[in-house]
Design a protein around this ligand. Structure first.
Ligand code: SF4
Length: 260
């Protein structure tokens, strides 16, 4: 149940092996390891999703969990794993299957269909096919962007993603489906220093100039415990800080939402 969303958010986890190609310092996945999603058992995915939706739509899910009437609604289906979901080999097939079941059962189009991703594998054909499929179901991509510099992404996400790759992947994503940026502001060494903030704003300006369509920016901070070695050294950004930065982003013409 998601209070913020105002109802039920159904997460589909392609990474039960806790494997990701990044290692973000705020990651909440326990025993995170480097790697890809394991092979998908598509008949099991179909059976689990259909069974769970039946439990919610015709069964006693809301009663079993004492959900208040105003919250008894499916707000979204989110592909959001304990790792990078797009590392699944047949990613496009999985998106199509989830979208088809959600449509048949009437969850879509009234609820949202969301892919939460670090955006690092968008050069791959099956990921692009998956984004097209997501778009055909009216879905959206939440593209992780925690720093606009290569040094910042190395520090926060432990990735060597180059600036050119980042721009290329944002360009491809925005052409294939609705793309939103999700950005975690936090304090750790020189993460989110003034120069980092300026680099982020400069990147947003550049995206506008290059007509790379970003729907909006979702700013948040670390609300839950990190399971990474840096956990004790992380400090959340304050609400005031998030709001001040949100105003600067808005001034560039981007809608922004803030959740501390
Ligand atoms: S991309 Fe997501 S799953 Fe992967 S390390 Fe970062 S927060 Fe964890």
């Amino acid at each position: 149940m998601s209070r913020r969303a105002g109802g039920l958010s159904i997460g589909v986890n392609f990474n039960p092996n806790n494997a990701c190609n990044w290692r973000c310092i705020y990651c909440q996945v326990p025993d995170l390891q480097r790697g890809n999603a394991p092979e998908m058992d598509f008949s099991l995915l179909e059976q689990e999703l259909r069974d769970f939706l039946a439990y919610v739509q015709q069964g006693s899910f809301f009663a079993d969990f004492n959900v208040e009437p105003s919250q008894q609604v499916i707000k979204d289906i989110a592909i959001s794993g304990n790792g990078e979901s797009t590392s699944l080999k047949q990613f496009d097939r999985a998106v199509n299957l989830i979208g088809t079941i959600a449509t048949e059962t009437g969850v879509l189009p009234s609820s949202k269909f969301v892919l939460i991703s670090n955006g690092s594998l968008i050069h791959q054909t099956q990921v692009q096919a998956g984004l097209k499929a997501l778009n055909s179901f009216g879905g959206e991509l939440w593209f992780k962007l925690d720093s606009a510099t290569e040094q910042g992404r190395k520090l926060i996400n432990n990735t060597g993603q180059s600036q050119a790759k980042l721009i290329e992947h944002l360009t491809i994503a925005s052409r294939l489906c609705t793309t939103r940026l999700q950005t975690c502001m936090l304090h750790y060494q020189n993460a989110w220093s003034d120069s980092e903030k300026q680099a982020y704003l400069d990147l947003l300006k550049q995206l506008k100039q290059q007509q790379i369509a970003i729907k909006d920016v979702m700013l948040y901070s670390v609300a839950r415990q990190s399971f990474q070695p840096e956990a004790t050294q992380l400090t959340s950004a304050t609400l005031v800080e998030l709001q001040q930065f949100a105003e600067q982003i808005q001034a560039l013409g981007y809608p922004v939402s803030v959740s501390p």
